[in-house]
Each structure stands twice: as C-alpha cells, then as structure tokens.
Design a protein around this ligand. Structure first.
Ligand SMILES: [Zn+2]
Length: 244
C-alpha cells in the first residue's frame, strides 16, 4: 500500500494511527499545512522509516501563517520532501492569490538552490498558474501534482512538462477525474488519499485505502490489477531513487 499525499497528523487519533499506517503501508507521505506543524509532526512520527513528513505551507492558509514564511524557507534545506504547497484559485481563497504565488515561487526557488526536492503540489482552480510557476522554477525538483483537476489541455501541458501525479479514490469518483487519468503516463502516477479531508461517505479515507484506485486505473489503462499494482510500486521506487 502506498499513500503519497495524506494529512495523517490531522486524523483525530493520529498518534495511534501512525503505528497502524507504518505496518500496513509500504510508504506514506504525510504532507503538512505549516512549517511549525512539520516540525511537530516530524518529532511525533519519527522512528518509522516508511513514513515521511513533508514540509508545507498550505495555500488556503497562507494569510494566517504568513509569519512562518521565514521558517518555511529556512527548513527547505533539511526537508527531504516538500508539501503541501501550491496555489488555490477558489473564490474563497482568491484574495490571497498574490501572497500564495509569492510563497510558492520562493519555495520552488529555494528547492532548486538546495539541489532539488520532491514536492506534493496543490493546484485547485489554479492549474495554469501552478504550471507557469513550475515551468519557470523547476529544473531539478520533481513536482507531484496532487488531485489534479485542470482541463484536458492543462493536463497535457503538465504531462509534457514531465510532472508526476498523485491520484486518489475521491478524484476518480467523478467522470472528469477518470478522464484526466486516461491522459496520464503510467510511469508518473502514484496513489494518494488526501485523508482526512477526502471522505468515503461519512468517514475519512484511511491511508491504506489509496490503493482502491487500482480498479479504476486498471480500467483506464486496460491493465490487470496485478500489473497496475506492480506499476505503482515501480513508480514509487523510481521516484524515491531520484533522492539518492
Ligand atoms: Zn492535501
């Protein structure tokens, strides 16, 4: 089991859950919403080599967390993974777009200065501007677009730029998400849940449920479940090997 984008620290019973996740999942990327949360979560979740905690500043809360901007930049050099970062163009977050963009560009520039990082990137209602930033800054860093929901044209542009994608069961619930999946290169896709925000009915998706995408992926790519599982495992190994 792989979950390449979840907010494990935000589940109500996170401390207990972490041992279960470490036992069930082969690899879990825990994204954080602020650098202080990254520091605290890294301490709490330490000791599990298959759970990595990514340094983030979520675009939806840049205004509240602006004071942590300096901390974010100073931590990039010691962080193995970056996320959740990105832009959100939804109506309720549009007023902070200039600040979101200035923080994203600064993070991307710092990642390059530090030799490149793997990033989990949010792009809701802002696919075009996110791709513009990636195009402008990312040379050695590897952006993984989480729950990508751009147009088909934007999807093709992201693919042509060499982006990776993390895809979850919530994204594949709609026809649009499944259509996007058909456009994605098999070797650049990883499973995610985005739990506890992404929900399965009344309860949040659990980090070991990311692999429920296999059924839809097998249909979209015309592959067997076994070969999809193998492909996703190989993708993870290839991505993690770029860190060495
Ligand atoms: Zn998220």
């Amino acid at each position: 089991m792989i979950d390449f984008h979840c907010h494990l620290d935000l589940y109500p019973n996170a401390r207990r859950l972490v041992n279960q996740v470490a036992a069930k999942n082969r690899f879990t990327l825990v994204v954080t919403t602020s650098p202080r949360a990254w520091q605290a979560t890294s301490r709490v979740f330490a000791g599990h080599s298959n759970i990595k905690v990514a340094l983030g500043l979520h675009p939806e809360i840049v205004a509240q967390k602006e004071a942590e901007r300096g901390l974010l930049m100073s931590c990039v050099s010691e962080a193995e993974f970056i996320g959740e970062v990105g832009l959100d163009g939804s109506v309720q977050h549009r007023h902070t777009r200039a600040l979101q963009e200035s923080i994203l560009k600064a993070v991307l520039a710092e990642c390059e200065r530090c030799g490149g990082r793997i990033l989990s990137v949010h792009s809701r209602n802002a696919a075009g501007p996110v791709l513009d930033c990636i195009e402008q800054y990312c040379r050695v860093s590897i952006p993984v677009l989480h729950w990508f929901s751009g147009t088909l044209e934007e999807t093709r542009r992201a693919v042509a730029m060499g982006c990776w994608f993390s895809v979850g069961p919530a994204m594949l619930r709609g026809a649009k998400g499944r259509r996007i999946l058909e456009e994605l290169p098999k070797e650049k896709v990883l499973p995610e849940t985005d739990g506890p925000f992404a929900r399965n009915g009344s309860s949040p998706f659990m980090p070991w449920e990311a692999m429920t995408i296999v059924r839809d992926v097998a249909i979209a790519w015309n592959m067997t479940h076994a070969s999809v599982n193998e492909q996703l495992d190989q993708n993870l190994m290839r991505l993690l090997n770029t860190l060495i």
